[in-house]
Design a protein around this ligand. Structure first.
Ligand SMILES: *Cc1c(COP(=O)(O)O)cnc(C)c1O
Length: 228
């Protein structure tokens, strides 16, 4: 099932890229494996998945241990508490969900201890929903200026979780707003900051996200099936 699902998701990404003249290789597929067993994740890796996304530190650690030796890169996409920063730096190649200076400074400190420069994305709450994490669009440039002074962090771009709609077209304005925000920040030419990555799009809306410039789409259900 997973192999067939992956083939279909990849084809849909390619078609969305073709519709807007993008090279499909400029879009990376991140398989979101929260609540999914290590066996199923292994199946996805065997079917060619190289990027995996997890939301919870403890769950991720067990899976990463179980799958050690497999050719995969793990990204953290969940809400991160400051007291888990050390483990996030130990385990993940990219942290998508940095949304405060306090969290950034703790990640910076832990990265320094681990002799690592930690790549991160800034999570933006583009619709300003009360229920969601993320910095507001308005406050993002200033946060990024401050985070850029953290020597052991490397800001690579932005991530968002837009409101949920049954119609993916309704999400398009939020993806567009994230892309425009990334362009404005790129134009600020902040030392050590790049806006190479736009992490946006999930099972319900990843094609629209590709059309609006996503470089990483985070897809769970369409690959692994409904979560328990
Ligand atoms: C769970 C999750 C996803 C994947 O959601 P699906 O709808 O299953 O594709 C993507 N991003 C984040 C941050 C998530 O928590």
């Amino acid at each position: 099932m997973i192999t067939g699902n992956l083939t279909r998701v990849r084809r849909r990404i390619e078609q969305a890229a073709a519709r807007c003249g993008r090279d499909p290789a400029s879009v990376r597929l991140l398989a979101v494996s929260k609540t999914i067993s290590a066996e199923s994740v292994k199946e996805a890796i065997d079917a060619g998945i190289r990027l995996l996304g997890e939301n919870y530190i403890q769950e991720a650690r067990e899976k990463i241990d179980a799958l050690m030796g497999n050719l995969a890169s793990w990204h953290f996409i969940g809400h991160l508490q400051t007291n888990k920063a050390r483990f996030a730096v130990e385990l993940f190649d990219l942290i998508h969900s940095v949304d405060s200076l306090k969290l950034a400074r703790e990640l910076d400190k832990q990265a320094r201890r681990q002799n690592k420069v930690q790549p991160i994305l800034i999570q933006v709450n583009i619709a300003e929903e009360k229920s969601k994490s993320g910095i507001t669009e308005q406050a993002a440039p200033q946060l990024i200026r401050e985070v850029s002074r953290c020597e052991n962090l490397s800001v690579r771009g932005l991530m968002t979780m837009p409101p949920f709609f049954n119609a993916p077209e309704k999400v398009r304005p939020y993806f567009k707003a994230l892309r425009q925000l990334a362009s404005r920040i790129a134009a600020m030419n902040i030392d050590g900051v790049t806006m190479m990555e736009l992490s946006m799009g999930m099972t319900g809306d990843f094609e629209v996200a590709v059309e609006e410039g996503a470089t990483i789409v985070r897809v769970g259900t369409a690959i692994f099936g409904e979560r328990q």
